[in-house]
Design a protein around this ligand. Structure first.
Ligand code: PBG
Length: 337
């Protein structure tokens, strides 16, 4: 969190020495004066739900796909470790140009939401709202004339959000980066009788090289072109604040920055600028980098996870979406960071 610099420290008035190390002598003393921390209650675990389970890419266990029953078992396992929120992504059997599967009430995501809410109703269930997992071309909206048609996509996102709310989702998370998607989703939820269902807006979602493993897992790589026509340009921190402000004005309940570690400056600026909880998404490529380095013995996995999640908290995120939420060891409930 950005703060004013303290006045220059001089020697204590009564003489003696300034020694910051006095507060670092014992673990209990370091914990006592720690300014930030993290508990599993502040984490959201992203989960992939499909018709059939599939193997995770090698070395990346959190990117495997489960069927509905397997998803419920995973939510229960997470609950036992203190993680009580999940974000669901669907991998449908059929894809088409409009992404119709996104609002199929019998698709994997609505079925998983109903099953989770039936068996573990205290779980906070978030549903990602986007078309890229459901379109045959892999773009996040309707394609016409070679580009993604913003306004034709909005009602479809609204329809998908309403389907997830009807199934029992607690929050919907529009991630397509269409202009006015938050307003469209808010209107659809209100019109559908779901004024109490909140929106986690992917406000500042950057076009990033760190989404690669996710696209493998969700089979959502664009068949042509890339997403730079709708996702944000990483060079623009001021524009990121504008995107977040627009989403706040359109009714977002939480504002998200994504990816996390490469955009800590944006998280820190958002923290001081907005009066809503800030979320950050430690994306698949960030997860994969730590897993790969740890597999080679180049970094110690537990401490690298603690340090990077700690950095995201320190920057100002209240909520962190992370694949490591599924891999917490028994040491985490004491807090990381
Ligand atoms: C798109 C979406 C993406 C991610 C979350 N939602 C991928 C993309 O924009 O291509 C990426 C998350 C990750 O990499 O972990 N709906």
């Amino acid at each position: 969190m950005p703060r004013r610099s303290p006045p220059l420290e001089t020697e204590p008035a009564g003489g003696g020495s300034v020694r910051p190390r006095r507060l670092r002598r014992l673990a209990s003393l370091r914990d006592l004066v720690a300014e930030t921390g993290l508990t599993p209650r502040q984490l959201v675990a992203p989960l992939f739900v499909g018709e059939r389970p599939s193997e995770a890419p090698e070395g990346l266990p959190a990117l495997g796909r489960r069927d509905v029953a397997g998803t419920v078992r995973e939510v229960e396992r997470l609950r036992d470790r203190g993680v009580r929120a999940v974000l669901l992504f669907g991998v449908p059997r059929h894809k088409d140009p409009l992404g119709r599967g996104a609002w199929d009430p019998n698709g994997p995501v609505p079925r998983a939401i109903r099953a989770i809410k039936g068996q573990l109703p205290e779980t906070t269930v978030l549903a990602d709202v986007c078309l890229c997992e459901y379109t045959d071309h892999g773009h996040c909206g309707v394609v016409s004339g070679g580009s993604v048609d913003n306004d034709a996509t909005l009602p479809l996102l609204g329809r998908a959000a309403r389907t997830y709310a009807e199934a029992g989702a607690d929050l919907v998370a529009p991630s397509a980066m269409m202009d006015h998607q938050v307003a469209a989703v808010r209107r659809a939820l209100d019109a559908g009788g779901h004024p109490g269902i909140g929106i986690l807006a992917y406000g500042a979602k950057f076009a990033s090289s760190f989404y690669g493993p996710f696209r493998e897992a969700a089979q959502s790589s664009p068949a042509f072109g890339d997403r730079r026509g709708y996702q944000m340009d990483g060079r623009n921190p001021t524009e990121a604040l504008r995107e977040l402000r627009l989403d706040a004005e359109e009714g977002a309940d939480l504002l998200m920055v994504k990816p996390a570690l490469p955009y800590l400056d944006v998280i820190a600026a958002a923290r001081v600028q907005f009066d809503r909880p800030i979320a950050a998404y430690q994306v698949s490529g960030e997860y994969a980098m730590i897993k790969a380095a740890a597999a080679r013995g180049w970094v110690d996995e537990a401490s690298a996870v603690r340090e990077s999640l700690g950095a995201i908290r320190r920057a100002g995120a209240t909520v962190i979406l992370s694949y490591f939420a599924s891999e917490l060891g028994p040491e985490l409930p004491g807090g990381v960071g």
